[in-house]
Design a protein around this ligand. Structure first.
Ligand code: ADP
Length: 528
């Protein structure tokens, strides 16, 4: 907290930026300016399908779809949605595992000018219903027949339909998709992104990772994590293939490595904790050696020692530290490493094309070059905000001081510019934490605990386990609360459910009357 207050301090005392600072920042804080094609991603993928109809586009296990097959199935989805009454800008949720029809559904929704919203069938029913309600979802495409949820009519994910492209014209600033992330006030919030921001991110990935038709991109991210989208769409824009790897294979690292090898996967993006699992496995089984061409890590800070281990194992395979947020169309900076960086913290790199990064003080003024402050993103990446939530949108999306007709997104992250113009990530200014790369707002879990009948007070802490971490919840209640973990699992997605819950007579307090989180972490470590 003390550090946070210092990082947030206004910088008036530094007086104005010096002329040199302004000059450096103006050059440093913008990614390259690149013109994007005046077409939407799904149109470009349609053109690719006409160029290489027989090439393999999407793979899952034994199943392989060519570009022509995928395109036709996507058209069928689009036509079915339009026939069911969906109109431009309507939200269509997809309740499905990551299967080939799921890929067709994403493309079909975009082709019909609708807004894609993924929901994970493993989520608690109440959370799915809440997300559908909050987003005003019009139709639900479901893999498995289900009753309407939150009164939203259900269509089967797979069904026959006319396979002619409906040729719906979609403006570049129209919303393309929504991902719901954890919200600190107790409800998940739905970050909307537009077609232009999505295409910019896809083409940044294509250029910075050098994607071509030779590439097979691993699609391993859960469908409710925005990373899953580029893992599907970026390879399809260049004639490559997306290889869907089911969750049970990801959990079995040996099977995962075999899949990388068997499918000749060339491009992989994982969270640092999974990279660690992968390297640990390869240490034990050196005969199993996949040969990716390039690997990205994202979602949370990666340690220097993990990067060192990577290059010890794969000296010739570049490692890209990709940093961004769902609200700004996914990754907005890339650090492309070919060797261990010299700095103690692993940099998050340079802004990607058409994206600007500002480092701001508490008054939202630029800090001097190299000073720490809050990271804000501006440019084409900035999404319209949170669906049906003008208050949260207004708090996080504020006018861009350098382009008054545009907005910037305040990340809540601290960072600073390194002398070479690369960005360093310095942590969070609030209580958002990452568990396996996925966002968890401490406040959301605590509020959910407080909703359980009988619970009087609650506190969630993050407990280190080796280089990784887990959640532990402490609570007080009028009487014993049986099965609290199971009850939380009925309300929260698995990654947000604390791995241990502990009932206390009272929460320990520090001298100044706040909950003593350090004592709770120590207690969780003792309890094991
Ligand atoms: P994503 O766009 O990767 O899905 P989320 O929206 O889930 O990201 O979370 C965004 C937050 O995750 C960022 O504000 C930051 O706190 C953290 N984050 C993302 N990538 C990195 C990274 N490479 N290094 C450090 N923190 C990261």
């Amino acid at each position: 907290r003390a550090i946070a207050a210092d990082l947030d301090a206004p910088h008036e005392k530094h007086s104005l930026l010096t002329g040199k600072d302004v000059w450096r920042q103006l050059h440093v804080f913008h990614g390259e300016l690149r013109e994007l094609p005046d077409r939407r991603a799904h149109e470009l993928i349609g053109e690719q399908a006409r160029r290489t109809p027989h090439a393999v586009a999407a793979v899952r296990g034994e199943l392989r779809w060519t570009y022509a097959e995928l395109d036709q199935r996507a058209n069928a989805v689009a036509n079915r949605l339009l026939a069911a009454g969906a109109r431009p800008g309507d939200v269509v949720a997809v309740l499905s595992d990551r299967t080939l029809p799921w890929v067709a559904a994403i493309l079909g929704i975009l082709k019909a000018g609708l807004v894609y919203l993924p929901v994970d069938p493993a989520y608690p029913h109440s959370r799915i219903a809440g997300i559908l309600r909050r987003s005003g979802t019009k139709l639900l495409l479901a893999e498995v027949p289900t009753e309407p949820i939150a009164d939203v009519p259900v269509l089967p994910l797979e069904a026959a339909g006319p396979t002619i492209d409906p040729q719906v014209s979609v403006p570049a600033d129209a919303p393309a998709y929504i991902y719901f992330t954890s919200g600190s006030t107790g409800e998940p919030k739905g970050a909307v992104c537009a077609h232009a921001g999505m295409l910019n991110h896809l083409s940044a990935k294509i250029d910075d990772l050098g994607l071509t038709e030779q590439d097979a991109v691993c699609q391993n991210a859960p469908q409710c994590f925005d990373i899953s989208l580029w893992q599907v769409l970026a390879p399809l824009l260049v004639g490559g293939r997306t290889v869907l790897v089911p969750p049970q294979v990801i959990l079995d690292v040996e099977a995962f490595v075999s899949t990388l090898d068997r499918e000749r996967i060339t491009v992989l993006q994982v969270v640092p904790s999974y990279l660690e699992v992968l390297l640990g496995h390869l240490d034990l089984s050196p005969h199993q050696r996949p040969t990716p061409r390039i690997v990205c890590v994202t979602g949370e800070a990666i340690s220097r020692s993990l990067v060192a281990r990577w290059f010890g194992c794969f000296p010739d395979v570049p490692l890209v530290n990709a940093y961004g947020a769902t609200e700004v169309s996914d990754d907005t900076t890339h650090e492309i490493m070919r060797a261990l960086p010299a700095t103690e913290l692993v940099p998050v790199g340079r802004p990607v094309q058409n994206v600007s990064v500002y480092i701001l003080d508490s008054q939202l003024a630029l800090v001097p070059f190299g000073a720490p402050g809050q990271i804000a993103f501006a440019g084409i990446c900035v999404g319209p905000g949170y669906i049906n939530d003008p208050d949260k949108t207004a708090a996080a999306f504020v006018p861009d001081p350098f382009r008054p007709d545009q907005r910037m997104y305040l990340t809540g992250d601290y960072g600073r510019w390194l002398p070479n113009g690369h960005l360093e990530f310095l942590g969070r200014r609030d209580e958002q934490v990452k568990i396996s790369g996925m966002r968890v707002e401490v406040g959301e879990v605590e509020n959910t605990l407080l909703r359980v009948p009988g619970v009087r007070s609650a506190c969630l802490v993050v407990v280190p386990i080796g280089t990784s971490k887990r959640l532990a919840a402490f609570f007080t209640a009028d009487e014993p609360v049986p099965d609290l973990k199971r009850r939380l699992a009925d309300l929260l997605p698995a990654h947000m459910v604390p791995s241990t819950v502990h009932q206390l007579d009272a929460l320990p307090l520090t001298e100044n009357g706040k909950v003593d989180k350090a004592a709770l972490v120590a207690a969780a470590l003792r309890a094991g």
